[in-house]
Design a protein around this ligand. Structure first.
Ligand code: NAI
Ligand code: 13P
Ligand code: ZN
Length: 352
């Protein structure tokens, strides 16, 4: 008997382009959300776009309130939930980079209210996905949450954000190559459920971004357009899979581990990019495709070495050898890579 079923949750309004911040209230009005919006933001995005968003919501008849958060922690999610209850917010709006968006998304999910994502930077695919990612103690929780009902990504604002945030978003997409390989491996070895649609979409997203690397340049607003569309596409792949598997494999485990052990971790996207050079080598060996991954990263101005992340060789190797333990997700790291093998892989690929 055929007993499979699926339930795919996707954003309903995805508005991307020059100046679309001014269409946020319009995008929200179409969702028939009740009550006042609580804007969850962090200090810089609030300075850049907070007032413009508040004014627009007020003019559209909403009565916005704002909470400014500094850190992505579960305790901060609880604080935002308390504020939302106290202010009787009907829905939440995440304005900024990954931190306020993750916090807003998780708080909205817990409250059972709608969430709207207004990224001011395109630094990773969490800006559109149905996942929240928060470190806690020795692990990292990738928490399922409903994806945003709407995403309003103004490429004019994103293009003015620090260039490294955009290259980090590109590198997060390039890491889809190895994430999909890890997922396929887990399917073969551990019978983990694999979605052909989600895997193909994730891989194609990386291929299209690399093919358009020529338009990813500091001075071009088109860069923000290319990367934001790729992040949306990657987020859709995760929604189809109902898992971050299409976009998060061993390279993400290594990056999550670096977040824990490195004295001064680099940007998420940059770390996963560098780690994916090594995990591609672990997948396909000396004659394999690790040079393609490295060259793709270099072509969009992203780091390709631990030194460029400002992470020392010992810390990077430690992350590779211990990353398998931080999450129940089978990858090419198996039940652990030996120190010798990690040093070899990182050295051959020029990462250390
Ligand atoms: N939900 C998910 O699937 C994922 C979530 N994450 C989480 O996202 C967070 C990291 O994301 P980030 O975006 O790097 O963090 P972030 O929100 O802290 O932003 C990074 C910096 O960029 C600044 N910024 C944002 N927009 C700007 C603009 N237009 N102009 C100038 N500065 C601007 C912020 O003020 C901040 O200082 C972490 O908490 C990480 O765990 C990371 C990957 C995936
Ligand atoms: O960063 C992500 C995908 O790019 C989300 O992955 P995690 O599930 O590892 O947090
Ligand atoms: Zn990522």
């Amino acid at each position: 008997m055929f007993e499979k079923s699926t339930w795919i949750k996707l954003p309903r309004n995805v508005v991307v382009g020059h100046g679309v911040l001014d269409r946020a209230a319009e995008a929200v009005s179409e969702l028939y959300l009740d009550g006042r919006p609580l804007i969850v933001t962090s200090p810089t995005p609030d300075d850049i776009a907070g007032e413009r968003l508040r004014k627009q919501f007020a003019e559209a008849g909403f009565d916005p309130v704002t909470v400014v958060v500094e850190e992505a922690r579960f305790s901060v999610v609880e604080e935002v939930i308390a504020t939302a209850r106290a202010e009787e917010a009907g829905f939440l709006v995440g304005l900024g980079g990954g931190k306020p968006i993750d916090i807003g998304k998780m708080a909205a999910d817990e409250l059972g209210v709608g969430f709207v994502s207004v990224p001011t930077a395109a630094s990773h695919d969490g800006i559109v996905s149905g996942r929240g990612s928060v470190p806690e103690g020795d692990t990292r929780h990738s928490v399922a949450a409903d994806p945003p009902l709407a995403v309003v990504a103004d490429t004019e604002i994103i293009a003015r954000s620090p260039w490294r945030l955009t290259t980090a978003g590109c590198a997060d997409i390039i890491s889809n190559y190895t994430a999909v390989k890890d997922w396929q491996l887990a399917h073969r070895l551990k019978n983990v459920e694999y979605s052909e649609y989600a895997g193909a979409l994730s891989q194609m997203t990386a291929e299209m971004l690399v093919a358009r690397a020529g338009s990813i340049k500091r001075e071009l607003e088109e860069s923000a357009w290319v990367v934001t569309k790729a992040l949306v596409s990657s987020g859709v792949a995760m929604s189809i899979a109902d898992s971050s598997r299409p976009a998060s494999g061993a390279e993400h485990l290594i990056s999550h581990q670096l977040d824990r052990i490195a004295p001064d971790p680099a940007l998420h996207g940059h770390q996963v990019g560098v780690a994916s050079v090594v995990t591609e080598y672990l997948h396909s060996g000396d004659d394999g495709e690790w040079t393609d991954v490295r060259d793709a990263l270099a072509s969009i101005d992203a780091p390709t070495t631990a030194a460029a992340l400002d992470i020392d060789a010992g810390t990077f190797v430690e992350a590779v050898t211990t990353a398998h333990g931080i999450r129940d997700r089978y990858t090419i790291l198996g039940d652990g890579v030996s120190e010798e093998a990690a040093v070899e892989a990182a050295t051959v690929t020029g990462v250390i």
